[in-house]
Write a protein that binds this ligand. Structure first.
Ligand code: NDP
Length: 247
């Protein structure tokens, strides 16, 4: 029970990787604020947690890209849970297209969700963590942010931006006992990768030394490690969980 009496906020927890992170943290005792864009998805995850560990989870619906809406929901979460020990910024979207054809709308949506959304949540909770003199912030990046990826100028830029944001937050908050790290997944089997054409999926496999897509639980395990006391001396780092794609 590494997270007994701790409160975790997990964005994008309605499905995929965020769902696995919320389930893993709750299974080790954390109370979890489950955040999604659609209320029904957040409720489904919160119900699943509460069915196993009654009263640990509460669902919230918010668009992470809205600074004012995030500030409002953060106040609600603090009023419901009184504190926040672990913040996992996982909500993310893709809108792929070659840079020549990428629309302004698709650029803005991806940057606003993946990068600004992460900043919005950090800003909404950092004062509380500073007062507590403790906290763990874990941002979900991507190998695309490390390597670039044709057809993902917006997505790769948003995920590369997370590295600079996370290192800056790590430096700003280290003296208050708060760490900030990135977990960069490779190809993980979720709705996000399910929509890739079969020939793209087959072309990716030979680039993965472990020879297969990862599971959401592989990312959740890395997040739980960085959130745990075992990782207290790790900050400003990027942990790549990708079957060996980037090395
Ligand atoms: P999914 O598409 O399966 O789930 C995305 C989650 O993010 C959903 O819960 C969705 O909410 C939420 N979300 C999206 N936009 C918003 C928004 N504006 N406001 C609030 N919530 C939002 O994605 P994955 O689980 O695959 O990905 C999770 C993270 O991991 C993302 O940051 C992604 O970039 C990253 N990643 C994923 C990889 C993969 O191979 N799957 C590889 C590398 C990185 P709702 O359920 O309500 O729609």
């Amino acid at each position: 029970m590494r997270f007994a009496n701790q409160v975790a906020v997990v964005t994008g927890a309605g499905r995929g990787i965020g769902h696995a992170i919320a389930m893993t943290l709750a299974s080790e005792g954390a109370r979890v604020a489950v955040i999604s864009r659609n209320e029904s998805n957040a409720l489904r995850t919160a119900d699943e947690i509460n069915a196993k560990h009654a009263g640990l989870a509460k669902a919230y619906a918010v668009d992470v890209a809205s600074h004012s809406a995030v500030a409002t929901i953060a106040e609600q979460i603090l009023s419901d849970f009184s504190r926040v020990d672990i913040l996992v910024n996982n909500a993310g979207v893709t809108r792929d297209g070659l840079s020549m054809r990428l629309s302004e709308e698709d650029w803005d949506l991806v940057i606003d969700t993946n990068l600004k959304g992460t900043f919005n949540f950090i800003q909404a909770f950092e004062r509380t963590m500073i007062k507590q003199r403790s906290g763990r912030i874990i941002n979900i990046g991507s190998v695309a942010g490390l390597m670039g990826n044709a057809g993902q100028a917006n997505y790769a830029a948003s995920k590369a931006g997370l590295l600079g944001l996370s290192k800056t937050i790590a430096r700003e908050l280290a003296s208050r006992g708060i760490t900030c790290n990135v977990v960069a997944p490779g190809f993980i089997a979720t709705d996000m990768t399910e929509v890739l054409p079969e020939k793209v999926k087959q072309a990716v496999i030979p680039q993965i030394p472990l020879g297969r897509f990862g599971q959401p639980e592989d990312i959740a395990a890395a997040v739980a490690f960085l959130a745990s006391a075992d990782a207290k001396y790790i900050t400003g780092q990027c942990l790549t969980v990708d079957g060996g794609m980037v090395m």
